[in-house]
Design a protein around this ligand. Structure first.
Ligand SMILES: [Mg+2]
Length: 172
């Protein structure tokens, strides 16, 4: 169960204390795409997202780290002017390993932000990096994600019973 517990839990990518992440030595942030920085149906970043990304660029290496197909992820990351790793199959460690091979970061210098405990958070915790959970930006999910959400709901219930995690109880 512990591998599903995020280090940080915030309402959205806009309520995260990035200054604190920087002070704690984070140099690289991996953003999940679908329902973390944009709805799964959207292919154009909002102005608000673009502004956030621009404000973070001087302090962090930013990478979209998505399970979605490369075409969609590339289109999105091109518009934001940041790198991407697509088809990551999180919680698979494949692209986490690739990241550490291609960039000389240590585990303590990398954080992942995502909306799903079974993919983003479990993947990040297994990789040994900082994990940050946010609420999904939209309730519209793909068929696969719908199944994931169902399983996730069960896990969250179990985690609450064990006093490990409570939905809506944000922490840094
Ligand atoms: Mg997602």
């Amino acid at each position: 169960m512990e591998k599903y517990v995020p280090d940080i839990y915030q309402k959205s990518i806009y309520t995260i204390n990035y200054e604190k992440l920087k002070q704690n030595g984070i140099k690289c942030i991996l953003f999940d795409l679908d329902n973390t920085i944009a709805p799964a149906s959207s292919s154009v970043p909002t102005k608000k997202l673009q502004e956030l990304i621009e404000s973070l660029k001087p302090d962090f290496k930013l990478i979209i780290f998505s399970n979605a197909m490369p075409k969609r992820v590339k289109k999105f990351s091109d518009q934001l002017g940041i790198d991407f790793y697509a088809f990551s199959l999180k919680p698979s460690q494949k692209n986490f390993k690739r990241l550490f091979k291609e960039h000389k970061f240590t585990e303590c210098e990398v954080a992942i932000i995502g909306d799903q405990i079974q993919t983003d958070i479990a993947g990040g915790n297994i990789a040994g990096i900082k994990t940050i959970l946010v609420n999904p930006v939209s309730t519209k999910d793909s068929v696969f994600t719908k199944l994931n959400r169902f399983l996730e709901g069960k896990k969250i219930k179990k985690m609450s019973k064990k006093n490990l995690f409570f939905k809506g109880k944000y922490y840094e």
